[in-house]
Design a protein around this ligand. Structure first.
Ligand code: BGC
Length: 395
């Protein structure tokens, strides 16, 4: 073989092996791409740094995303849902919860936007209650009453986070140890709240707690929704249905008088879909006391496990939010105390009634109300509560 022939064969062999390698790597790429396709149909969870509190505690943000474009951002400070994006009827994704853009704003002044609430969601009269003959005095942070866990409730602590994932859902598990006598409550309370997003557009929230001394517990989630996706608009045109034939009237400091009242023929009747603004300005003593709706509804079908609680609907965007819970009550708060002073996420401020809360819970002031379902947790027993938020659109 002469030299030029030799060169030709070497070149040909090299070219064939090069093509072969290329081919294999194309195949590999294909496999990876197919895997990515499978991966994007799964619910994802991603973690990033969010900030550092003034006490030097690191705060992280977790983003859960599902295949139909629902995105939920949760920070470990207060377990706060800082953003919740869902598509409207035209497929446009928008944020449907009130909140802020920075940790500093959340730590400065937060009317519980998006937060986990504990040890006791809602009010305890004069911050006092008795357990087995011992009187306990809690921090008072709402006039003479105790509200949402006190001066430093679960909305203002940094939770420990861990992630869980399977094919159908992704979860963020948040844990916090509330020490004996924190905010005046007895017992070391070990709390876990698990947020799970699935591909059926459900956000499931499971609350669990155990204690080493008899105590009271009533945990909830305090997101302010504006289903339009534009918090500069009012929630008064949005519609609501609550699965409740009775509600709990309150005194001037929003403490129950112990009675349950029928909703029939009152502005509190949401047994069928009703525009929130329809009766909110009615001449009604309870509405005057709450500055609007700020009451606990007694859900029907008590003690039947998780069942239907409420539906909110925004005709302009088509967004529907359904709530299911095993709790006996739901506090519907129409954002009456928002007064246009707090900065919104998109440069404006939050006006009165720019968001509503639907807080599943036991009734307000239960530790002092003998006829209300008990909120007492004993050592050796487990507190467990489940609430689901289901998102959809109606065209
Ligand atoms: C209460 C309101 C309170 C608000 C604070 C709601 O859960 O029902 O009375 O003002 O929380 O943001």
């Amino acid at each position: 073989m002469n030299y030029s022939k030799q060169c030709f064969y070497v070149f040909a062999i090299l070219a064939v092996s090069f093509l072969n390698i290329q081919c294999k790597s194309e195949k590999k790429k294909e496999v990876i791409e197919t895997n990515t396709e499978i991966a994007t149909n799964q619910v994802t969870i991603e973690k990033s740094d969010y900030g550092i509190t003034s006490e030097g505690e690191k705060v992280e943000k977790y983003i859960l995303k599902n295949a139909s474009g629902i995105e939920i951002d949760i920070i470990t400070y207060g377990g706060i849902i800082t953003a919740l994006k869902t598509p409207n009827k035209d497929g446009v994704s928008q944020d449907i919860v009130l909140g802020y853009n920075s940790l500093e704003e959340y730590t400065n002044s937060n009317p519980y936007f998006g937060a986990l609430i504990g040890r006791y969601g809602n009010r305890i009269a004069k911050g006092k209650f008795k357990l087995n003959g011992t009187e306990y005095t809690l921090a008072t942070n709402d006039g003479e009453n105790h509200l949402h866990g006190g001066l430093k409730g679960f909305d203002k602590v940094v939770w420990k986070a861990s992630e869980e994932k399977n094919d159908a859902s992704a979860s963020l598990k948040l844990s916090y140890l509330s020490k004996d006598m924190e905010e005046g409550y007895p017992g070391n309370l070990d709390v876990t709240v698990t947020y799970t997003l699935d591909n059926d557009n459900k956000l499931n929230v499971v609350y669990e707690a155990t204690t080493d001394k008899t105590t009271v517990v009533n945990l909830t989630q305090h997101s302010y929704f504006n289903l339009s996706g534009d918090s500069s608009t009012s929630i008064l045109d949005q519609e609501l249905k609550i699965n409740a034939d009775t509600y709990i009237p309150v005194n001037e400091t929003l403490i129950p008088n112990g009675e349950l009242a029928t909703v029939e023929n009152t502005p509190f009747d949401f047994t069928t879909m009703k525009v929130i603004g329809k009766d909110i300005e009615a001449d009604n003593d309870q509405l005057r006391k709450g500055l609007g709706f700020d009451h606990c509804w007694v859900l029907n079908e008590q003690n039947t496990g998780v069942r239907y609680a409420a539906t909110a609907y925004d005709p302009s965007s088509g967004r529907v939010l359904e709530i299911y819970t095993d709790e006996p009550g739901i506090q519907f708060y129409s954002g009456n105390f928002l007064d246009g002073t707090l900065p919104s996420k998109n440069g404006g401020t939050y006006a009165q009634r720019s968001g509503f809360c639907l807080e599943t819970q036991h009734y307000p002031d239960s530790p002092n109300q003998k006829d209300f379902p008990s909120t007492v947790l004993e050592p050796g027993k487990k507190y467990e509560s489940t609430t689901s938020f289901i998102f959809s659109v109606k065209k």
